[in-house]
Design a protein. Structure first.
Lengths: 323, 324
């Protein structure tokens, strides 16, 4: 990466063990604090927590929220491909893109991973390679429906025959399309071939560098300039001069959210924890590998003061460093 | 039905050959003119029109409209069961019920019928009896998820295993459920067993009475009072002192919309609410005597705003004056 891009900051709010009003309130805080975007995940059951808790449907919640939070860009991170036929996802996206006048919607897609929700509701959960293959096919369907007059695709999982699709997206050629994951082969090749951006959970710097290298290799194979792939990294965070106290607070948060320690250990290890300056440094070091989109993971009960502190102390320090 | 209930009036706006802005404007008219409810539909391709035209997604459009138009009750008429797994439908509806404070959402479901959209996108389209079986099962899944702590259903089409589902809908015991259709056996059986209301396109009188008889029989079989099934009828409409002019306007509307007129369209026009406010009141009184208390005015783009306003300002007061 040569030219430095301004890093965009956003939040991702889990939609379980919460209410629509609470999610709206933290999105409003994100907007007031000048963040750039907000995301919600797509699940039918709570991830990492007791399954009896409340979970809201992602696209419906998103459609509600964009009406009450008027500026920031927004999307579902990631829309779980097996839950919706790609024609349905394509139709929902163009509809919301039209409703928001082409100014706000981001689209992200993933292969699905939270096995328990598939098992509980009887939604097919084939092995990962097949889920990824299905996602590849879905991406071809999505992009063709969004851009072509008529689509005919006969693939393993989808059969589209001379299908018109209108309206087309307002954003051209279509809303920014993100793919999430860290599979060096199938996922990153899908990113290189189909996506505007790549999202991944924060990794150790060395590992992130390896993934970036793999992505750039796939781009070369596909004849694409790797600089055209936006790179987003998601992480938990806690601003506190005392790093040990910051980590302890992250553990307490997970405990309060009823999360299984084993499930979230890696997330907490990889969290941004420390003083504003330390966190800014960590962000800058990933930014040098092309990361230009930071997603702050938030679990209910949402702590507004923690987000506000990040926005007021860390973001200015990142900007001061030239990102 | 002995006691006549106040008729609730609403509209169904098709979502094809239009824009979100036009649908929104129409819903704002509905709200401003004091109607009670409004509905979107659920299609991937325009019905009875050139398939290349635009169609908006039903639930996304509904959600946005409910965020922007603050009062009227609303729903999708009808969500097609084949497009979404029932747990996704149940989750979407519950989420929207939560967002709207449990005061506004109506739920409906149908088995799917507009074959071109299934063929184009590769949605499975088994024969009608099987689609109806799937709908039955989907309703049982949704109603169990909405009301039970845990659901286990080993159906032929859906397998739910010890599944929690939260939040529950705000509306209790579950969302008002409408089933649309005119199958005297299967559809009416589903209505009697699962639904709060039954919706049908306007029928010739003898046909409507036959369906009502079928519904009553299905209710009796399971010991349900048929009067507890709300009855909704959907009509095209044109208000004009001269019934011939009114009918001509309906044909012109269809022509303007460049519709491929389906078989029996002429009959549909004959069955429309047409004429003076008093004529229409009389037509509606036949239905209210048969327990209908829910009237849906069908609107196709370009939406006839003036016709709708005329109906609201001239016909509804006449209907109220007649005690309905």
């Amino acid at each position: 990466m040569s030219g430095r891009r301004r890093i965009e900051f956003g939040i991702m709010t889990n939609l379980h063990y919460t209410t629509y009003e609470e999610v709206r309130a933290i999105w409003q805080t994100a907007e007031q604090e000048g963040l750039d975007h907000a995301w919600a995940p797509d699940h039918l059951l709570p991830a990492f927590s007791d399954l009896g808790g409340a979970t809201l449907e992602a696209w419906t919640t998103l459609t509600g929220l964009v009406h009450e939070v008027p500026r920031i860009r927004a999307g579902v991170l990631v829309s779980c491909n097996p839950f919706r036929h790609p024609a349905l996802l394509a139709k929902q996206a163009v509809t919301l893109d039209e409703i928001t006048e082409g100014k706000r919607l981001e689209v992200a897609i993933g292969a699905g991973w939270l096995e328990v929700e598939f098992r509980a509701y009887g939604i097919p959960f084939p092995p990962l390679p097949e889920r990824l293959e299905t996602m590849h096919e879905a991406l071809q369907v999505l992009r063709s429906l969004w851009t072509q007059d008529r689509t005919t695709i006969r693939s393993e999982h989808y059969t589209i025959i001379d299908a018109p699709f209108a309206p087309k997206p307002v954003q051209k050629p279509y809303p920014p399309l993100w793919i999430g994951g860290k599979g060096k082969n199938l996922t990153l090749s899908a990113v290189a071939r189909y996506a505007d951006g790549w999202n991944v959970l924060r990794q150790p710097h060395e590992e992130y560098a390896t993934l970036v290298e793999a992505l750039e290799r796939h781009c070369e194979e596909a004849g694409r300039d790797p600089a055209t792939v936006r790179r987003s990294v998601a992480m938990r965070f806690e601003v506190d001069r005392n790093v040990a106290a910051a980590r302890a607070r992250l553990w307490r948060e997970a405990e309060e959210a009823g999360q299984e320690p084993a499930e979230v250990e890696e997330l907490i290890d990889m969290a941004l924890a420390g003083s504003a300056e330390e966190i800014a440094e960590q962000i800058v070091s990933d930014a040098e590998l092309g990361m230009d989109h930071v997603i702050l993971l938030m679990d209910p009960p949402f702590r507004h003061e923690k987000l506000t502190r990040f926005a007021r102390e860390v973001i200015p320090a990142v900007r001061a460093a030239g990102f | 039905m002995s006691a006549q209930r106040r008729i609730e009036f609403g509209v169904q706006t098709n979502l094809h050959y239009t824009t979100y802005a036009e649908v929104l404007e129409t819903w704002q008219t509905v709200e401003r003119e004091g109607l009670d409810h409004a509905w979107t539909y659920d299609h991937f391709l325009p019905c009875f029109r050139d398939p290349a035209g635009p169609t908006l997604e039903g639930w996304t459009t509904l959600t946005a409209l409910m965020m922007t138009v603050p009062r009227i009750r609303a729903g999708v008429l009808v969500p097609c069961n084949m497009f979404r797994h029932p747990v996704l439908s149940a989750k979407i509806a519950t989420t929207l019920d939560q967002i709207t404070g449990g005061e506004r959402l109506e739920m409906a479901i149908g088995a799917g019928w507009w074959e071109p959209e299934f063929r184009a996108y590769g949605f499975p389209y088994p024969p009608l009896p099987e689609r109806l079986d799937m709908m039955d099962e989907a309703i049982r899944v949704m109603q169990s998820l909405w009301t039970q702590e845990r659901t286990t259903i080993e159906g032929k089409y859906y397998t739910i295993t010890d599944a929690p589902f939260a939040p529950k809908p705000v509306q209790k015991p579950h969302l008002p459920l409408w089933i649309g259709g005119m199958g005297p056996k299967r559809t009416m059986r589903a209505v009697a067993r699962y639904a709060d209301g039954w919706n049908v396109w306007t029928q010739p009188r003898e046909g409507y009475e036959m369906l009502l008889g079928a519904l009553e029989k299905q209710c009796e079989e399971i010991g349900r009072d048929p009067a507890t099934v709300r009855r909704s009828v959907a009509f095209r409409f044109a208000v004009d002192k001269d019934p011939k002019t009114a009918q001509a306007r309906l044909f012109k509307e269809a022509e303007d919309a460049d519709q491929e007129l389906p078989e029996g369209f002429e009959e549909l026009i004959n069955l429309a609410l047409t004429g003076s406010p008093d004529d229409i009141t009389e037509q509606l009184s036949w239905y209210t005597e048969r327990g209908v208390d829910h009237v849906i005015l069908l609107l196709d783009a370009p939406f006839p705003q003036d016709e709708l306003t005329r109906f609201a300002r001239e016909v509804i007061p006449a209907v109220r004056a007649a005690g309905m």
